[in-house]
Design a protein around this ligand. Structure first.
Ligand code: ATP
Ligand code: MG
Length: 410
């Protein structure tokens, strides 16, 4: 779990500002849910036999009432819970997003943290492939806005629940032939959740899986048509993609479209954004059946990728640093600072005493463009002396009123 220090938070702020405008441009509205939910919600939605539920959740008993609670490991379950609880779909389909910390007890490494941050976008109540395409097209725009170019799109389809169960049986009978070579995870999952095995990162498993039957060959007609329509829109929008038949997401609720945005620049943790359709989840959690589609992106990984490209956040650099000497000047400097702030300037008022020379050093180190110097003369005249710190220009003396406008012209 990381502290995000002031030197880094400039980039976070840039990212957050960018996504707010970006989401508004597509008509997505913010939904904020609690960070803690009842454990059962995640077990039911993400799936009992998944990495997250089996070994990554921060789960605890609330000793005050015996409730079993979990720090959210992802955002979709909470979003769907809230949509059902507040009957939001009654008003029609919803375009929503959330942003905030998620918690997974994974092995910490570069690009993988136990508290990390996601922005998630969910379109609920929409059945057509056009909305899958909208989600992908909006991601492509975001990469442009953030200056990210070294990222590729992988898409696939998981078909319907029915076609998946046909495939499941075929996969089990294939894997059973390698029973002795399967690793512990795979052997355990063979009967409970064999599709999860496809997601294995173990090279020995990957070798076995290379010859496995493909889910693709069991697809139902409707899913295939949906997938083809999605590809058509993507092509029309000039979005390049690869079809990756091996794409199975780490959560059980997906069906039909799944996609990932992947980069080679971040080593093993290369997926910066992932999502897909989850048409069964709303009903499964107790709502009136409604289709849905969404994705989540890992903010740390996106910022790391931006960092690779040399992006640094703009820090809150003051416009002007006010130095002052003597009691009357200290008093007047308050008035000066507040008046400049009234005019919209970012102002740091020196604190901690010291002579003018020492204070000017602080002014310089602050990065401010100007120093405002207040001594006895200035107090008497009701004026301020302004010294440009970044350019070779003369120090000038100006009236307080209108000083801000003048600074804009220097
Ligand atoms: P991965 O395959 O990398 O484990 P995932 O499939 O578990 O990812 P999702 O649950 O789909 O991830 O979450 C969406 C995105 O959130 C990921 O693509 C990734 O960018 C980010 N993410 C997931 N887990 C972490 C983590 N522990 N630390 C940082 N970012 C993460
Ligand atoms: Mg994971």
């Amino acid at each position: 779990m990381n502290d995000i220090l002031p030197d880094e938070s400039g980039l976070w702020a840039f990212f957050e500002d960018t996504i707010r405008t970006w989401l508004a441009a597509y008509g997505y509205r913010n939904l904020r849910t609690p960070i803690v939910e009842q454990t059962d919600l995640f077990v039911r939605s993400i799936g009992e036999v998944t990495d997250i539920v089996e070994k990554e959740m921060y789960t605890f008993v609330d000793h005050l009432n015996g409730e079993n609670l979990t720090l959210r490991p992802e955002g979709t379950a909470s979003c769907v819970r809230a949509v059902i609880e507040h009957n939001l779909l009654y008003a029609g389909p919803q375009r929503l997003y959330y942003s905030g910390p998620m918690f997974r007890h994974e092995r910490p490494q570069k690009g993988r943290y136990r508290q990390f941050h996601q922005v998630g976008v969910e379109a609920l109540g929409f059945a057509g492939p056009d909305i899958d395409a909208e989600l992908i097209v909006m991601c492509a725009r975001l990469w442009r806005l953030l200056g990210i170019s070294d990222v590729r799109l992988e898409i696939s389809t998981l078909g319907s629940t029915e076609s998946r169960s046909v495939y499941r049986a075929r996969l089990i009978s294939y894997l059973e032939k390698f029973c002795d070579d399967l690793d512990e995870d795979a052997r355990r999952r063979l009967k409970t959740n064999p599709l999860r095995i496809l997601d294995s990162k173990n090279p020995a498993m990957r070798e076995i899986l290379a010859g496995a039957p493909r889910l693709f060959d069991d697809l139902d007609e409707d899913s295939l048509a949906h997938f083809e329509a999605l590809q058509r829109i993507l092509r029309n929008q000039d979005i390049s993609f690869e079809i990756n038949n091996r794409l199975v997401r780490g959560l059980d609720y997906y069906n039909r479209t799944v996609f990932e945005w992947v980069t080679d620049k971040l080593g093993a943790q290369g997926t910066i954004c992932a999502g897909g359709r989850y048409d069964g989840l709303i009903a499964q959690i107790g709502g009136k059946p409604a289709p849905a589609c969404g994705f989540a992106m890992g903010i740390e990984r996106i910022l790391a990728l931006m960092g690779e490209n040399g992006a640094v956040g703009a820090h809150a650099i003051p416009d002007i640093y006010v130095v002052h000497q003597g009691e009357a000047a200290a008093e007047f400097s308050w008035k000066v600072a507040e008046s400049l702030r009234d005019d919209g300037l970012k102002v740091v008022l020196h604190s901690g005493g010291g002579n003018f020379k020492a204070q000017m050093k602080k002014a310089d180190a602050s990065g401010a463009r100007f120093a405002a110097i207040i001594g006895e003369d200035e107090v008497v005249a009701g004026q301020i002396s302004i010294k440009p710190l970044r350019e070779a220009a003369e120090q000038i003396r100006v009236d307080l009123a209108g000083a801000a406008a003048l600074l804009g012209n220097i």
